[in-house]
Design a protein around this ligand. Structure first.
Ligand code: SF4
Length: 190
């Protein structure tokens, strides 16, 4: 792939989100999901994303006021600790009202999921072809972010807080990391 700037990569990422939405529109017509239902943001949910998606989220966080930034920072730290001990928790971006604080920039793992029946603590009911289409989009997103990593939202966001990692990532260099593994994996260009 020719060398793209991060602005170009983020534009392509948004295009992949839109393309996927368009492709699955018909399948999602009978989804029971609605604002305030946050089953997929709670407890066991694996909210994985790529460093590119995390970069977009970080930009959004920068627009929040200082107290919200602090609240997010604490929640991410807490989530990271819990996950390392395998104590699962709600997504750090889930508000008290069960809404998403970063809805416009939420990662693909939160975008493709839906359910044809109320989850009530069970896994969602999804068309198998949508599942396959989502896998293909995830592959494309990882390819776009080929010098980055993917993994749980709290780990990737905190990885981007490491100056050494962030600087080298933004220069487009392949990164080497030791901490956090096995919670994050390199985005191999498959
Ligand atoms: S990022 Fe938003 S949509 Fe995704 S799991 Fe967290 S609260 Fe839910």
């Amino acid at each position: 792939m020719q060398k793209l700037t991060f602005i170009e990569k983020i534009k392509l990422l948004e295009k992949l989100y839109t393309q996927f939405e368009e492709e699955v529109k018909e399948f999602k017509k009978n989804a029971v999901c609605h604002k305030g239902c946050a089953d997929c943001c709670k407890q066991m949910a694996r909210i994985d994303l790529t460093t590119l998606e995390a970069l977009r989220i970080k930009e959004k966080i920068e627009t929040f006021d200082e107290s919200t930034k602090l609240w997010i920072k604490k929640r991410l730290k807490k989530d990271l600790k819990k996950r390392k001990k395998k104590n699962y928790a709600n997504c750090p971006f889930l508000t008290k009202e069960d809404t998403c604080l970063i809805y416009e920039v939420r990662p693909f793992s939160c975008r493709w999921i839906y359910s044809l029946k109320k989850c009530k603590g069970n896994p969602p009911l999804i068309h198998s072809c949508v599942f396959e289409m989502a896998k293909e989009t995830i592959r494309k997103i990882k390819q776009l972010d080929n010098n980055g990593y993917s993994g749980h939202i709290s780990f990737i966001l905190q990885l981007l807080d490491q100056t050494e990692f962030r600087e080298s990532y933004l220069l487009g260099k392949p990164n080497k990391i030791k901490s956090f593994l096995p919670y994050i994996l390199p985005n191999k260009n498959k």
